[in-house]
Write a protein that binds this ligand. Structure first.
Ligand SMILES: Cc1ncc(C[n+]2csc(CCOP(=O)(O)OP(=O)(O)O)c2C)c(N)n1
Ligand SMILES: [Mg+2]
Length: 647
């Protein structure tokens, strides 16, 4: 049977383990589509409504499964649409191979139709980006592209002209040095371990530490047992970057939650007080949340040597696989007898959890975002796959939905792109049929790639979409107020009736806008035997504040409120409620000054009505540390985008 360039390309992808291709047909890839069609049963093509989703799904496929993801788009606009999802993969080190079409080989760069130089365009996002020259070139180029994507955990791109897709293999004369089939599909992942001198230095530093904290990220996801063993030996609380949320369950006694704007107070305080930091597979980007320079000695484990010392000036870099490296450390670390630091963190964790719990429970009237997430958390299965989006909703999910059992969480980390959650959920449902899959999204993010609801229906994927509807680009609104002290500007969104929209796509929809109806809406959606959406209209005035007061933020908020930003009075009232009230009170300080007289009155009301007013402040310790980390110590914040969610 004759084979053409497309056949070779698709076979090559399959030899590298590709079983699903996310894409959208176009005249520049019809040859490839035919090769895929001929392999039905062995290979799955998932038709999307926007190529950006295809790239996000390929990225998510790699994140959920640990294997290579693949996306396909046509010449010109199709390829351009892939870019955002490919950057997501590049930034979070997911293995993705992107295939695009090109015009006829002898018309390239002649301003012919859709003549976009995709290999050049992709040269930044892809570690390898090439143009196929003939059918005889396909095997070499595609195999190398897949090898690079897998070995370097990154993006590779191959563009193939329309006519080369159709070119018969026999008709393409290979050059004399191109001996056909001299390629290997052997996939070898080297799990490096650090050298002895580095291990010895790391052990010396960690053994000496009196207050060791651990930061776990994406690279620690497969190393739960080893991480716990090392933390146990060191008496070290485990703090998690969002990408490492599932590394250790939140109810584990050694785990004290997330870090950053969406993190927990015990985590922040552990970083403020530790004398040693062990970073495991994380390049959590917000350096202002790390221990101060000179405060703590550092050891970092990362499989990528170029990431050592990227965020924190560590003394020792252990280049290697986290699981193996931690196991080696565990063999030689001495058990720290002093558990004081850990126990303090654990006490604070309970206080923090009590604050969130009571705040969510007591919230009356409108549905607080935290309440929505709190209602969702216990309804999730122990092995659920949960996709986050980008926005205020991400912080709400991060704080109020604890990781449990073998749950997996994924979303766009370093790129933090909106609209990722539904494509991620689609990829999860395809890779793991039978498991519960939930996308938790904002209304802005959902509307960006709303067309993918059709994809959900097309493939009968029983995913559940929970949309936190605040009719606002909420995160940006709070940034304008809190980071810059400006009034909200152009963050309001024209409301969409998502429930009706979902029904129009063929998805069952449920609504809630109150604490009382929230649980029932979630129950109905989760129990539905098919795709379902919950439109949860939340109180848009509830902010997402850092776990601890940041003086500059508090002052900026005050300024924005004084300027009369939209709904200033409602916002003041929300700030007077828990948990905002406690979060705005600094070490031994009260938030009443910021909240103002009106807010104080509301606090009084809340007190009378029994609303939670706990202050999870370890008063004694805070007093002793006040001189080292005064509440008025301003953190410098230069840009808004750079300081969004702590990921
Ligand atoms: C593609 C993209 N555009 C813009 C941003 C900047 N951004 C971050 S969060 C956010 C608001 C998201 O709004 P929504 O999805 O409604 O979530 P909310 O913050 O209201 O929960 C924006 C505009 C981004 N991260 N990604
Ligand atoms: Mg919103």
């Amino acid at each position: 049977m004759s084979r053409n360039g497309s056949d070779v390309l698709i076979d090559c992808l399959m030899a590298w383990g590709v079983d699903t291709i996310f894409g959208l047909p176009g005249d520049g890839i019809n040859g490839l589509m035919e090769a895929i069609r001929k392999r039905e049963g062995q290979l799955r093509f998932i038709q999307v409504r926007h190529e950006e989703s295809a790239a996000l799904m390929a990225c998510a496929h790699s994140k959920w499964t640990g294997r290579i993801g693949c996306c396909l788009a046509t010449t010109g606009p199709g390829g351009i649409h892939l870019l955002n999802g490919l950057y997501d993969a590049k930034f979070d080190k997911a293995s993705v191979i992107a295939i695009t079409g090109l015009p006829y080989h002898d018309l390239i760069d002649t301003f012919t139709q859709q003549d976009v130089d995709l290999p050049k365009l992709f040269s930044d996002v892809a570690a390898y980006s090439t143009r196929i020259m003939s059918a005889a070139h396909v095997e070499n180029a595609v195999s190398l592209a897949c090898r690079i994507a897998c070995a370097q955990h990154t993006v590779a791109h191959v563009a193939i002209p329309t006519d080369v897709q159709e070119e018969e293999v026999g008709a393409a004369e290979p050059s004399m040095r191109n001996v056909q089939h001299h390629v290997s599909f052997a996939h070898q992942e080297g799990e490096r371990v650090p050298e002895e001198p580095e291990l010895a230095r790391a052990i010396e530093i960690l053994n000496r530490g009196k207050r060791v904290a651990i930061l776990a990220g994406h690279g620690a996801l497969h190393a739960r047992d080893e991480l716990i063993e090392v933390a146990e030996l060191l008496g070290a609380p485990i703090v998690k970057a969002l990408l490492g949320k599932a590394a250790v369950p939140d109810d584990h006694p050694l785990c004290i939650g997330g870090i950053g704007l969406l993190g927990t107070r015990p985590s922040q305080e552990a970083f403020e007080e530790c004398d040693t930091l062990l970073i495991v597979g994380s390049t959590f980007p917000y350096v202002e949340y790390y221990p101060k320079p000179g405060q703590a000695r550092g050891v970092q484990i990362d499989r990528d040597p170029s990431r050592i010392g990227l965020r924190f000036p560590v003394e020792v870099g252990l280049v290697g696989d986290a699981r193996k490296t931690l196991a080696r450390l565990a063999q030689r670390l001495k058990a720290h007898a002093d558990r004081g630091f850990l126990e303090r963190s654990q006490r604070r964790k309970h206080e923090w959890q009590a604050l969130l719990e009571t705040s969510a429970r007591n919230a009356a009237g409108r549905l607080a975002p935290g309440r929505l997430a709190r209602e969702l958390a216990p309804r999730l299965k122990d092995d659920a796959l949960i996709a986050w989006d980008s926005g205020h909703n991400t912080g709400v999910l991060a704080r109020y939905v604890p990781a449990r059992g073998s749950q997996q969480f994924a979303g766009s980390g370093m790129l933090a792109t909106m609209a990722c959650s539904v494509p991620y959920a689609i990829a999860a449902a395809l890779a793991f049929p039978g498991r519960q899959v939930v996308a938790f999204t904002g209304d802005g993010g959902l509307s960006m790639l709303l067309g993918e609801l059709a994809t959900v229906v097309r493939y009968k994927l029983p995913i559940k979409i929970v949309v936190m509807k605040n009719n606002s680009l909420g995160q940006i609104k709070w940034e304008q107020l809190m980071f810059l002290g400006n009034r909200e500007y152009e963050c309001d969104l024209t409301p969409i009736d998502f429930a009706r929209a979902a029904e129009a796509f063929g998805i069952r929809a449920f609504r809630t806008d109150s604490p009382d109806s929230c649980g029932a809406a979630l129950d109905s959606a989760l129990a539905h035997d098919g795709p379902a959406l919950v439109e949860a209209t939340v109180d848009p005035h509830e902010p997402l504040l850092p776990a601890k007061r940041i003086e500059k933020f508090a002052q900026n908020l005050q300024k924005a409120l004084d300027q009369g930003t939209r709904d200033a009075e409602e916002i003041r009232a929300a700030l007077a409620r828990e948990p905002s009230r406690t979060q705005l009170s600094g070490d031994g300080r009260s938030g009443e000054q910021l909240i103002g007289a009106e807010g104080t009155e509301r606090v009084g009301e809340a007190r009378r009505s029994g609303e939670a007013m706990t202050r999870p402040v370890d008063e004694e310790l805070d007093a002793s540390l006040a001189s080292t980390f005064p509440a008025s110590d301003p953190v410098s914040h230069s840009t808004t985008e750079g300081h969004r969610a702590g990921r």
